[in-house]
Design a protein around this ligand. Structure first.
Ligand SMILES: Cc1cc2nc3c(=O)[nH]c(=O)nc-3n(C[C@H](O)[C@H](O)[C@H](O)COP(=O)(O)OP(=O)(O)OC[C@H]3O[C@@H](n4cnc5c(N)ncnc54)[C@H](O)[C@@H]3O)c2cc1C
Ligand code: SF4
Length: 562
């Protein structure tokens, strides 16, 4: 099929642009984050962040919500954490288990083959042991996990004693080169062109050398980002046309309500344009996709397109986040070593309390996983502020000794938990505010329920127990008030939902193929179709669902449906 890709941000090529090998000393503030670059000077995001100049959003009175957007080719996949966890069987049928939220119109078994395909395509390392609701990949799909670092081994030892499992993390990083000779045939059977471009793409990807930060992007293509792994082979087919700096504002429809293409602003000339299409696929990130639909108003669709259910924008979710750190004397004065590793988690803690929940012993539904931080990465700006609290004003040689003693003795835990969708968390169009292109902006309404607030308190208590068990000292306050323990809505940057899928056109926007109930040639392939937001980070599921949707589009096109 011929595909036109419209991207609101600028063109971006990690191979030539990533500041992968620059050191903190070459950066302002030694690379520390600031308002323009919250994730540090070298973060891969070139345009975007918590604020996008000229493109505001608003929050409803009494609501707090933060929205991270990127405006660049490849979007947030250029700098994401690459944590790639599968949702499990419980996660697709949450309402059937505890009566809360809603069920997905598909099962884990239906998506599992697409998880295998996606993991094989992008390259994911991890362990293969299945645990309850933590599924294994098919044999041979995952790449070997990297060896754990000291702070991860220590967490495993003490958490193990508390009955908490610590197992290999899953991340989209090549710990070994891909099998370019055989994988393409498995991923695209019968399609020789797809096999050829994929083979060449896989051959061009190197194995991670454990020395740089994935958040800056990867010029050797060892990690997954759309700009190195998906777009180049797609472009090499000759079937894809890409237009960057093209801000889509609305989907156009004909008299019978079928999508005919999209209206977009050419940001370079500031002119309004139209692109025709037989099929329209929206993937502008969850909330932005809803914004496009809500702005696609006409006399036929006064409430926006695909919105006969009134649910476009509704059931917005983020991830529950709470963190705690500590200083652990047993980690002091370790010999100098390279703890960089594959830049993110080698081990993590999956949710382990399904049994207690079933027995009614917990004061919240659903679970969380834990991401581990620590070690002796290359120090940059901001990091020694932490250390100074321990060095008692030492300076000169004594300060250096103290720095060597303490550096690497800090450990941190980030809980990432499931949020249950609720009626009070949604986005709609602000009736007054428009962006610099004249497009009405989103207004966010947000409320956590007690399930999320109690979960955040549980995270903090658990982390404090773990740090204390290691003989460490907690840094900061262990919050017992959920509203203080929990990160602000949107802050974990896992916003999903707003055009949920379902098996009933009255209670969902999309069917099980991510196809709009109201517009048969309109599909959505970002996080907007999510029905729930399991503790598992969303991107692997977004990719697997997108692949499944594409298969459906191709099958339908072949039978002449469009
Ligand atoms: C620091 C950070 C760490 C993260 N870590 C993880 C992790 O470890 N694991 C995980 O699963 N997820 C992680 N995420 C989340 C992950 O990045 C997102 O889930 C994922 O990128 C969503 O993909 P998407 O295509 O829906 O949206 P995006 O990646 O945001 O892409 C949307 C694209 O659409 C373009 N666009 C937007 N509006 C328009 C418009 N109107 N017209 C045309 N184009 C438009 C944007 O410019 C962008 O290129 C992280 C995110 C951040 C910021
Ligand atoms: S840690 Fe590995 S995958 Fe990540 S940027 Fe460095 S080389 Fe690439």
């Amino acid at each position: 099929m011929k595909v036109l890709v419209l991207e609101a941000g600028r063109d971006y090529d990690p191979i030539t642009e990533t500041p992968m090998f620059q050191t903190p000393r070459d950066a302002p503030l030694r690379g520390a984050g600031n308002a323009d670059k919250p994730f540090g000077f070298y973060d891969a995001t070139v345009d975007g962040g918590w604020r996008v100049p000229g493109e505001p959003y608003t929050t409803a009175p009494g609501s707090e919500f933060s929205w991270w957007r990127s405006r660049m080719l490849g979007g947030r996949t250029n700098h994401w954490g690459r944590i790639s966890l599968r949702m499990g069987e419980y996660d697709f049928k949450p309402k059937s288990r505890d009566g809360l939220g809603a069920d997905w119109p598909l099962t884990y078994e239906e998506l599992a083959p697409y998880y295998d395909l996606t993991e094989s395509l992008i390259g994911v390392y991890g362990g293969e042991e299945p645990l309850e609701n933590t599924p294994a990949s098919s044999p041979g799909v995952l790449l070997p996990p990297p060896a754990p670092r000291v702070y991860e081994l220590m967490t495993r030892k003490y958490a193990g004693a508390m009955g908490i499992p610590v197992i290999p993390a899953h991340r989209a990083v090549l710990t070994r080169r891909q099998d370019a000779a055989n994988l393409p045939q498995k991923l695209h059977p019968g399609n020789t062109l797809a096999q050829k471009v994929l083979r060449e793409s896989m051959q061009s990807r190197q194995q991670c050398f454990y020395a740089t930060s994935c958040g800056r992007g990867c010029s050797i293509k060892a990690n997954f980002q759309s700009t190195t792994v998906l777009l180049p082979p797609a472009m090499a087919t000759g079937n894809v046309t890409l237009i960057t700096d093209a801000m889509v504002r609305a989907v156009s429809v004909d008299a019978s309500g079928n999508a005919t293409g999209v209206h977009y602003i050419d940001k370079m000339t500031r002119t309004d344009n139209h692109a025709k299409g037989r099929i329209v696929v929206l993937a502008a990130s969850a909330a932005e996709t809803s914004r496009i639909l809500l702005n696609s108003k006409s006399s036929q669709f006064p409430n926006g397109l695909a919105n006969s259910s009134g649910l476009v924008g509704k059931y917005l979710m983020d991830t529950v986040g709470a963190s705690l750190g500590g200083q652990v004397p047993a980690l002091e004065n370790l010999p100098p070593m390279n703890d960089d590793g594959a830049a993110g988690d080698h081990l993590y803690i999956p949710w382990w309390k399904y049994g207690d929940q079933k027995k009614g012993k917990m004061n919240f539904a659903r679970g969380y996983h834990v991401e581990l931080g620590g070690g002796k990465g290359m120090p940059g700006g901001g990091q020694f502020g932490n250390l100074e609290r321990f060095t008692n004003g030492a300076y000169g040689r004594k300060f250096k000794e103290e720095a060597r003693r303490f550096y690497g003795s800090f450990i941190s835990y980030d809980g990432r938990g499931e949020m249950i969708p609720n009626e009070n968390s949604y986005c709609d169009l602000d009736p007054e505010v428009v962006d610099q292109w004249g497009i009405p902006v989103l207004r966010f309404s947000w409320k956590w329920s007690d399930h999320e607030l109690n979960q955040a308190v549980h995270m903090q208590k658990t982390f404090a127990e773990l740090i204390t068990a290691m003989g460490g000292t907690v840094q900061g306050t262990v919050q017992t008030d959920g509203s203080k323990a929990i990160a602000r809505g949107g802050q974990i940057i896992h916003e999903v939902g707003t055009t949920r899928m379902g098996d009933n056109a009255k209670t969902s926007v999309l069917n099980a193929n991510c196809q709009a109930w109201d517009v048969h040639n309109l599909f959505i392939t970002d996080g907007a179709p999510f029905v729930s937001n399991a503790d598992k980070n969303p991107t692997l599921t977004i990719l697997a669902l997108a692949w499944r949707t594409c298969d459906h589009i191709v099958a339908e096109a072949k039978r002449g449906a469009f």
